[in-house]
Write a protein that binds this ligand. Sequence first.
Ligand code: HAM
Length: 425
Amino acid sequence: MTTADVSTFQAPKGTYDLLPPDSAVYLAVREAIAAPARRAGYGYVETPGFESVELFSRGVGESTDIVTKEMYTLTTKGGDQLALRPEGTASVLRAALEANLHKAGNLPVKLWYSGSYYRYERPQAGRYRHFSQVGAEAIGTEDPMLDAELVILADEAYRSLGLRGHRVLLNSLGDRECRPAYRSALQDFLRGLDLDEDTRRRIEINPLRVLDDKRESVQRQLDAAPLISDHLCETCKAYHEQVRELLTAAGVAYEEDPRLVRGLDYYTRTTFEFVHDGLGSQSAIGGGGRYDGLSEMIGGPSLPSVGWAVGVDRTVLALRAEGVDLALPAATDVYAVPLGEDARRALFTAVTELRRAGVAADFAYGGKGMKNAMKSANRSGARFALVAGDRDLAEGVVQLKDLESGEQAPVALDAVVAAVKERMA
Ligand code: HAM
């Protein structure tokens, strides 16, 4: 076995590391996306990073790109076929069913989640093999108000971050009543087009996906394709109308997009996507919809459900594209700069006390000289420096320096916490 030179290791293709200071932005974005859902009664769920392959092939769909091309699969030493999760909905529903949450007499079961997802896609700006989603699912209830709630919550999340250029695309994909007739009408139309072998096969297995083909040669032939909106049954039509009215009443602007099909097979009725025009071709910053049949597809009872997932990576890119700077609180409030060994001990104690009192404090470790230590203090973003040398200690004080104004005043060593808290207030 050869050993690689450690300095040659790089993050795998299509992945990137999150490092300070940018990582703080990601944390804040995750929190902001989840916050409206949490306020709306969604409880936190965490599921494993891998699941049985079959959960996704049945749930997401045997003929989707995600299942046929993009899943990271592995066989364990025990012979189990597992896949790194490419999405969250099937896992979350599996977990809810396994724990019988739907039997506790409190529907819908509302859950939110945040984590890493994996798709073996061709990497490009905004499209990664490892990416991060925050999602929300409302399981077990058919009610247009829930569909509307979820769209409103995501919109609220984007707005709370200061994003303004996102748009909501809305469609209904019909249900088991009306979808089959639309599917055959679409198949009839598609069979008459000039398409390659792969796409012809797709017409037979999953014709709606052809509408989502990004190639110009295909798109140009689709102008006259039948639209689902002309084939919805009365119930689906009325349901969709209610979702639209609720969104309008809530002041959430949306665009009807009868071509919106999404890349996962479990959707029924309401589907939506949040797009941002500052991102180039990977413009979807979030997406979701209703999936009334998924539970039965994975062996559960009928549990009509609806949810979304927001892409954290792309939301961060959208914020950058709009030039939005999040006002993040400084990681450090107070930075201690000791001069000499006695001061090191005294300030180390002061820093420990400050932290115990809830003040974010850091310390110039490694016996740095004054100049270097002050540089670190400034770089930390701290508002205050605590500076002390032998002469200060002999007087029982430390110098509390305001790094913005440059003002400095001695405070008693045993009153540092109180003095800092008073200044910060
Ligand atoms: P999705 O549209 O496949 O839906 O993914 C949701 C979001 O995740 C996308 O809008 C995008 O922002 C982000 N995303 C997806 N793939 C990548 C990638 N390769 N690189 C970076 N970001 C990516 C779902 O996953 C469904 N589970 C959503 C859902 C929840 N439907 C119902 N409930």
